[in-house]
Each structure stands twice: as C-alpha cells, then as structure tokens.
Design a protein. Sequence first.
Length: 385
Amino acid sequence: MQHFYFDHNATSPVAQEVLRDLTDAMAEVYGNASSIHHFGQAAKRRLEDARRAVAARLGCTDREIVFTSGGTEADNLAVFGVARRASRSPRHVITSTIEHPAVLNACAQLEREGVEVTWLPAGSGGMVRAEDVRRALRPGTVLISVMHANNETGVLQPVAEIAAMARQANVAFHCDGVQVGGRLPVNLRELGVDLYSVSGHKFGAPKGIGALYVRKGVALAALLHGGHHERDRRAGTENVAGAGALGRAASLDFDWNALASLRDRLERAILSQVPGTRVNGDPDLRVPNTSNIRFEGVEGEAMVIALDLRGYAVSSGSACSSGAVEPSHVLLAMGLTPEEARSSVRFSLGPGNTVEQADGLIEAVVASAAHLRRISPAVLSGSRA
Ligand code: PLP
C-alpha cells in the first residue's frame, strides 16, 4: 500500500536539491571551519554562504544569524539567553499558554529559578491578544516570547503589534517562527522582533539544524560554553553540512502559499461530508498549509490510526504520557473541553501533496469517521464515563 504524508508541521521531507548538497558536503567538505588550512577554509566558506542565504531569506544580516541544533535549541537560547543576561530585578517574562513545549518548558524552568512568568491565554480563535501583552508589561519585564504561527492550529499571532509595543517598552521580544520561517515570506526587520527561531526540518532541510536570529545589539548569555564559535553565542564545532542544507532550503522557492487552495479543498469537503465537524482556530488568520478539525464523538487518536491504516499520515495534537492520551494544551487554552480537544485532528500539507492525494484523504476521512462512530456509539452520544 502507498502511504501519503499530511503531517508537515511535525516534520517535512528533505528536499531533493538539499539532499544532494548535504551528501556532497558530508563527503567533501569535512574540514573544521575553525581550521586555517584549505579544508578548514572550504568548510568556513560553506558555512558563511549558508549564513548569508538564511539571512537573505529572513531579511536580516548574516551576523545576526546563529546556527543551532534546531528549533528547540533556538527557543532555549532566546529564552534563557535573554533572561539570564538581564539585570532588572525581579525579572519578569511574558509568554502564552499556546507556545510549543520548547518555549513553555524553558519558561517553566525560569520560573523554578525565581523568574516571574505571566502566562497569557488565547482567545477561542487561537490567538493571543496584543492588549493582554500590553497589560502584562511591568518594570521588571525582560522578555516577551510569543510564537509566529501555532503548530497545531496554524493560527497566526499578532507579532508585529507585539513587536511595536515591546520596542516602545524596551523589552526584548522573541518569536518562535518555526512554523513560518523558511516557508512563508518573512522580513524580520519589518516584523520588528528581536529574536526569531527557525528549524530546518520544517522546510526541506534535515532534522538537527536550525537558527536563531539575534537582532544586532541584543545581549544574550550563551547556553553552551566551549570554543568561540558563532561569535561566542553557541560553542561547538559547526555543523557545516547541516548549515549548508539550511541555507540551500532557505533558497528554494516553493510557494507554500499555493497550498491554501489544496488545504481549503480538503477542509471544505470534510466539513460538508462529515457531520459534526468544526475547524479549530480562526479560519481566516492561519498559515496556508494547516487545518485542525474537530470530529464530534470521534477520538482523534483513533482517527489518526484509522487513517494510517488507509495510507494517510496525519496527527492529533494530543500527547501520550504515562499511557494516557492527554488532550492538546493548545486546544484547551482556546477553551475547548478535554473531550473536544481529544476529538481533534491536524492535517498539515507540504510541497509533495497533490489534488489526487487530497481527494483520497477526503474519502478516507469520510469512511473512517463513519466507521469509528459506528463502533463507538456511546462516544457519539457523549455518554462515555
Ligand atoms: N517550535 C515550534 C512551533 C515547533 O513546531 C517545533 C517543532 O515541532 C519546535 C519549536 C521545535 O523544533 P525542533 O524540532 O527543531 O527542535
């Protein structure tokens, strides 16, 4: 059986052009970028070309790009880097309850270290309110961290508005751009953020490479201590092949915006052909590749498994911890009940998806929903204990 991939927000395949560059770099460009000999200089050139490509894609200068091991490290470097460097006391950080665990758990750790954290809620549309950020600001605030687009719902956050107020209040603003950077056009200068995380495996580069944009003038404490790599912001021999792949992926011109019509085709068909379905999150303010749909009376996990058996990979936002399926923290933060959150499924599209695949997925969803409701009538009527 053929399998089709509709889970690009979890990770995306490596693009063919990137793969060629990557294997070539691993085989040929093996010098240490800090070495002064021919091999080292070749590695250094590859690294700096990549840095320029990433900077060009994001609308910043190459000196503002720090390569990391991915989105999680970029988020941690931003959150800990700013908070630990700050001299205000008591230190205060503002973030939201819909952030990725890479930010949530970094902020929770700061809280354990004595930093005060304000956790902002999201509205029912899945968006943090800029006004709430403004209200939460206080003299000790050193950092605001709010994501660009949510990984589960795709909902875009009011980043430019928050950036403007952060600048006015002289507070550093970190934005987790992992679901946007490298996919959609972004100009960080115009956006006005101080720090911005991207991750290669979301846009055609491999896992284990990412970058943090650090606006010129923003002071940052390093997480890793060692050599003077990345201008003292991230020690460790540089991942030249990974960085090269990130740069190559950043230069690809696949039009992620073009996915909107495919996403809409899928979503419209599911909403009209499967009774008891609703979109989670504001349908007008989303990235173009994501659709998060609630199937009344159907376990999201059961739907993911049923679709996998039919050859379609999707995901539910739920996390499996200690054997129990926990409802998505994002959907709960938007005001869904645990039951509603557990009955939600995320479809996230990418460059390889076609109309034929989307139509096949629609058929599979319609059949799976009907089947799951037939075998679980108690769940459908809401009478489950
Ligand atoms: N932030 C967001 C919004 C994400 O979606 C992810 C990955 O799913 C991350 C951070 C973590 O990135 P990485 O997997 O590169 O560590």
